[in-house]
Design a binder for this molecule. Structure first.
Ligand SMILES: [Zn+2]
Length: 125
């Protein structure tokens, strides 16, 4: 199997509902997201997927959240914007975009969200 990973960053505010502690108050993070794809077949150029294309697919998802209060944005008006839920959100959004582009040749293996340099959450199926 082959894997490729791209990384992007965004700076956003959030707060956690149903949580008692500092993170129940609005605050910001310089988030980093890593999206890893996996597949057994390379294209004619020897690529699993062009990094540039993957970055293009990731960009609208990042732009949606960047410099916003995540709690104000669907689906996080209902869903708590934890690192775990953000990781699943990136997984689902990039999976959908990727399916349209590659017809299933390549799939998203996992998405990782760093809230800080030392704390991250990962989602995979
Ligand atoms: Zn936080």
């Amino acid at each position: 199997m082959f894997e490729v990973t791209v990384e992007a960053g965004f700076s956003s505010g959030h707060y956690l509902r149903n949580y008692h502690g500092k993170c129940e108050n609005p605050h910001g993070h310089n988030y980093r997201v890593l999206v890893t794809l996996a597949g057994a077949e390379l294209d004619e150029a020897g690529l699993l997927l062009d990094f540039k294309l993957l970055k293009t697919l990731l960009r609208p998802v990042v732009d949606y959240l960047d410099h916003r209060m995540i709690n104000d944005l669907s689906p996080f008006t209902e869903l708590n914007p934890s690192a775990e839920n953000l990781a699943r959100y990136f997984f689902e959004e990039t999976s959908r975009a990727l399916l349209e582009k590659t017809g299933g040749r390549v799939h998203v293996k996992d998405c990782t969200i760093f809230e800080t340099d030392t704390s991250f959450a990962r989602y995979y199926e």
